[in-house]
Ligand binder design. Structure first.
Ligand code: CP
Length: 315
């Protein structure tokens, strides 16, 4: 039984990409595969794309789906041996064992607290659930990784850039709130597994966790990083060094069409949601550079490839 947790989860990444391409051409060709099976989605945080794409992906394979807003359920305890006298009503051990009696696949979204780096980087919610789960678990964005997003990112790059060694840039951009590092961490992890080196550009102090930087380089000058870029992937993340804080809101880092026009006709990518004219200017969002809606559509096809592979026992 394989969980879909990180870039290391797929046994054969190229086969998984080919499965997504094949399913995209005819999404309902395997409607019998999931017949009589249930996928349960647990959302500890808000979602638009992940909720819709994963549900539709499971339904395209004939599965039934139950999506739970965990704000309406019991608060979970994760520590073992605790006297549960306070606000936590249910241990993850019971929750996982019970859900596994009902579901064939369980998917979980749980963001970081952004108050306790050590706990966040232990990926407490999903790791503890996987510890007790007897069924495959899909990561719908955990505290430090968003593998379904990154798989869609990879498929979109394969579709849009027809060259073996594209220049891929990951650019930080400003945001008024402190955001997780999960999308950026995962993007780098998946690009590395796919054999791509990424140029990461961000202000000083916004260095990502070294665990995810293997094979990639930092260029602190955004203009230099963008030169000859084929892909510009944009994301805000909050600094590890001032954990959970907003240390920089410089508008100079916002993505504009003028910046993209100086690249090698770069495709603009962002996972969404995005704050227009804060992270990316309208003229870039609505330009010929944008691959943003195609990327969002690919969330469906890649999620379906993952669920298909789990149902087939081939992940
Ligand atoms: N990109 C993404 O995960 O979108 P949602 O947060 O809306 O699911």
């Amino acid at each position: 039984m394989n969980h879909f947790y990180s870039a290391a989860s797929p046994t054969n990444l190229n086969e998984l990409v080919q499965t997504a391409i094949r399913l995209k051409k005819n999404p309902t060709q395997h409607m019998d595969l999931g017949k009589g099976k249930l996928m349960v989605l647990l959302f500890f945080n808000a979602s638009l794309r992940t909720k819709l794409s994963t549900q539709k992906a499971a339904m395209n394979l004939g599965m039934q789906v139950i999506s739970m807003d965990m704000k309406d359920s019991w608060a979970w305890e994760f520590e073992d041996g605790v006297t549960m006298r306070f606000d936590k009503a249910e241990h993850v051990k019971e929750a996982a064992n019970v859900i596994c009696r009902y579901a064939d696949i369980i998917a979980i979204r749980s963001f970081p607290s952004l108050t306790d780096k050590e706990t966040d980087y232990s990926d407490q919610v999903i790791n503890n659930f996987m510890k007790y789960s007897t069924k495959p678990v899909v990561n719908l964005e955990s505290a430090i990784r968003h593998p379904l997003q990154s798989f869609a990112d990879l498929l979109t790059i394969r579709e849009k850039v027809q060259k073996p060694n594209p220049k891929i840039v990951l650019s930080w951009a400003p945001h008024p709130k402190a955001l997780p590092q999960a999308v950026s961490n995962s993007f780098l992890e998946w690009m590395h597994r796919a054999g791509h080196n990424v140029t990461v550009t961000h202000p000083q102090g916004y260095e990502l966790h070294p665990e995810f930087m293997t094979g990639h380089t930092v260029e602190y000058e955004q203009e230099k990083a963008f030169a000859e870029a084929d892909v510009v992937y944009v994301k805000n993340w909050s600094p590890l060094s001032q954990y959970g804080k907003v240390a920089n809101q410089s508008e100079e880092w916002m993505i504009t069409k003028a910046k993209l026009d100086k690249t090698n006709h770069a495709k603009l990518m962002h996972c969404l949601p995005v704050r227009r004219n804060v992270v990316i200017a309208d003229d870039a969002m609505d330009s010929e550079h944008s691959a943003i809606y195609d990327l969002a559509e690919n969330r469906l096809h890649t999620a379906q490839a993952v669920i298909y592979s789990i149902l087939k026992g081939e992940l």
